[in-house]
Ligand binder design. Structure first.
Ligand code: CO8
Length: 258
């Protein structure tokens, strides 16, 4: 597949997507979001891939939705035509883990895209924010919903209402990111984490992801039941037998993803 707005490669069992619109700090337009969805869906369907990484450039993960592209849209364009918004949820249907490696700006839709990934590893240069308020709009892809769940109501209100940026240290303190590393280590750190994940049994990895996501949808008792049933079902896999036999036998497991 040929892409114009992203670069795609495979590193071992990891699929890597680089957002690639450097002239506009990886501003997210319909084409980029369509291509990103296609690339991630392709990796998701590929048995040789166990995890994915999405990254940008040193200067920007993504500076938000493309403001120039949406400046003249009407209400009917964005509501009925779903311009801008129509391709945004594909990433949420990806069942294997997706890690965001964030260097530089992750603003507006860029911050929201990072939050749609399963976790964020960021560089000490990273800057997160929801500056839509400065444009006379509000976040449209989770900034008012995923952000409060990730960082608390107080911090989310502060960011959405003032439009200020939060640096990497503040983002880590607030719980938005799982790790902060020096900028030149960021992508490698994410690729290494993805490589670790991709070596595990894919069914257990997928069920772990599904179960953690359940924690954000509905009551605790339902989440606990879902986790319990997922846990039970993994005893039907060959990989559970292999993983436990390998531990008991003091050897490395050889997972077959079955
Ligand atoms: N859209 C389009 N172009 C952009 C964007 C953007 N979001 N961000 C930067 N650019 C362009 C600039 O216009 C500039 O182009 P040119 O060289 O032709 O003048 C180029 O990128 C470089 O940018 P700057 O010169 O501004 O670089 P600086 O280092 O001075 O500043 C900033 C970097 C602070 C990141 C600054 O560019 C900025 O403030 N950008 C806009 C950030 C922003 O407001 N983001 C939110 C956009 S709205 C949004 O994301 C809504 C999401 C809704 C999603 C809903 C889907 C369901």
């Amino acid at each position: 597949m040929t892409y114009e707005c992203i670069l795609v490669e495979t590193i071992g069992k990891v699929g890597l997507v680089r957002l690639n619109r450097p002239q506009v700090l990886n501003a997210l337009n319909d084409q980029l979001m369509t291509e990103l969805g296609q690339a991630l869906s392709g990796f998701d369907a590929d048995d040789n891939i166990g995890a994915m990484v999405v990254t940008g450039s040193d200067k920007a993960f993504a500076a938000g939705a493309d403001i120039a592209a949406m400046a003249n849209y009407s209400y009917m364009d964005v509501y009925k035509g779903e311009y801008i918004t129509r391709n945004w949820e594909t990433i949420k249907s990806v069942r294997k883990p997706v890690i965001a490696a964030v260097r530089g700006f992750a603003l507006g839709g860029g911050c929201e895209l990072a939050m749609m990934c399963d976790f964020i590893i960021c560089a000490d240069t990273a800057k997160f924010g929801q500056p839509e308020i400065k444009l006379g709009i509000i976040p449209g892809a989770g900034g008012t919903q995923r952000l409060p769940r990730a960082v608390s109501k107080a911090k989310a209100m502060d960011l959405c209402l003032t439009g200020r940026m939060m640096d990497a240290a503040e983002a880590e303190r607030a719980g938005l990111v799982s790790r902060v590393v020096p900028a030149d280590r960021c992508l490698d750190e994410a690729l290494e984490a993805a490589t670790v994940i991709a070596a595990y049994s894919i069914p257990s990895v997928m069920m772990a992801k599904e179960s953690v996501n359940r924690a954000f949808e509905g009551p605790l008792s339902e989440g606990m039941l879902f986790e319990r049933r997922m846990f039970h079902s993994l005893f039907a896999t060959e990989d559970q037998k292999e993983g436990m036999a390998a531990f008991v036998g003091k050897r490395k497991p050889e997972f077959k993803n079955k």
